[in-house]
Design a protein around this ligand. Structure first.
Ligand SMILES: [Zn+2]
Length: 272
């Protein structure tokens, strides 16, 4: 093998390529679990996902279960899965706007699910209910009062969770920690605006982005690496593909570390 990009990319990347894991913990801030009716995924059960995560050196995956998001399972069952893997899994309490009673019941349990439940997940595109609809309000106020993270599925130009909607939300909830899933994909200028209009409470999350040439570089120069969070949508994407995308980006090693673990540790601490 010739003197390669591996060496030029510096020791963080070289260590990962050569040893299969980094010399720091990686936190994957955007995961799922379980089968999905739209696609076959070979590795979607807790056991095989755990093996993959451990092999790649991921310390925690924060996930929302597909079956919760589709209304076929309750968050209490997900807390039980987390209890079987206390060192690995953390959960976003999935919020389904069509079941207001479930939302109240589940959020009343939030503290009992510590340390596993660390925030909420809202996927408005699935239900075609905009995030500004009153049916989300109880959950968002709950998160705002407690300054909790909420991972929002976002996508550029969506009328349910696109830029216009997210700008309104950032102005409405000054304490809630906005994790902008997929970084408002394809509405990049608005994503930057949302971070800048926020109250220091907005992070862009990278799921679907590491495979796109130079997008990470552009995001780092637009908002700074301290505003970016690593995520994969596991089991939809693979840890190696996504970590490799971050480590292959033309950014500094400090930027890589911010994205892969330091920002998460600033939010959650080093023991969570
Ligand atoms: Zn997702």
């Amino acid at each position: 093998m010739s003197a390669s990009i591996w060496e030029k990319s510096g020791s963080v990347a070289a260590k990962f390529w050569n040893e299969g894991r980094a010399d720091f913990p990686v936190y994957d801030m955007h995961g799922h679990m379980g089968t999905h009716n739209g696609i076959y995924m070979k590795r979607s059960d807790p056991e095989s996902m755990a093996a993959h995560l451990r092999r790649a050196g991921v310390k925690h995956l924060v996930f929302s279960h597909h079956h919760v998001l589709f209304g076929a399972m309750r968050n209490a069952e997900v807390a039980e899965i987390c209890r079987r893997y206390p060192d690995l899994y953390r959960m976003y309490v999935g919020i389904v706007p069509r079941y207001p009673e479930n939302i109240r019941e589940d959020l009343a349990m939030f503290d009992k699910w510590a340390p596993y439940a660390v925030g909420l997940k809202c996927l408005a595109d699935y239900y075609k209910v905009p995030l500004t609809d009153p049916s989300w309000e109880y959950a968002l106020k709950f998160a705002d009062e407690r300054a909790l993270p909420v991972l929002f599925h976002t996508w550029g130009h969506s009328k349910y969770n696109g830029g216009e909607i997210m700008l309104k939300l950032v102005q409405t909830y000054p304490r809630l920690k906005f994790f902008i899933g997929h970084s408002l994909y394809d509405e990049w200028a608005t994503a930057e605006r949302i971070v800048k209009e926020g109250n220091g409470n907005v992070w862009l999350e990278l799921t679907a982005i590491p495979g796109e040439y130079q997008r990470i570089e552009k995001l780092v120069s637009a908002v700074g690496s301290d505003r970016l969070l690593y995520g994969t949508d596991l089991p939809w994407f693979d840890e190696y593909q996504a970590i490799g995308g971050v480590l292959s980006a033309e950014i500094s090693e400090d930027d890589m570390r911010n994205i892969l673990y330091r920002n998460a540790e600033r939010i959650f601490g080093t023991e969570w």
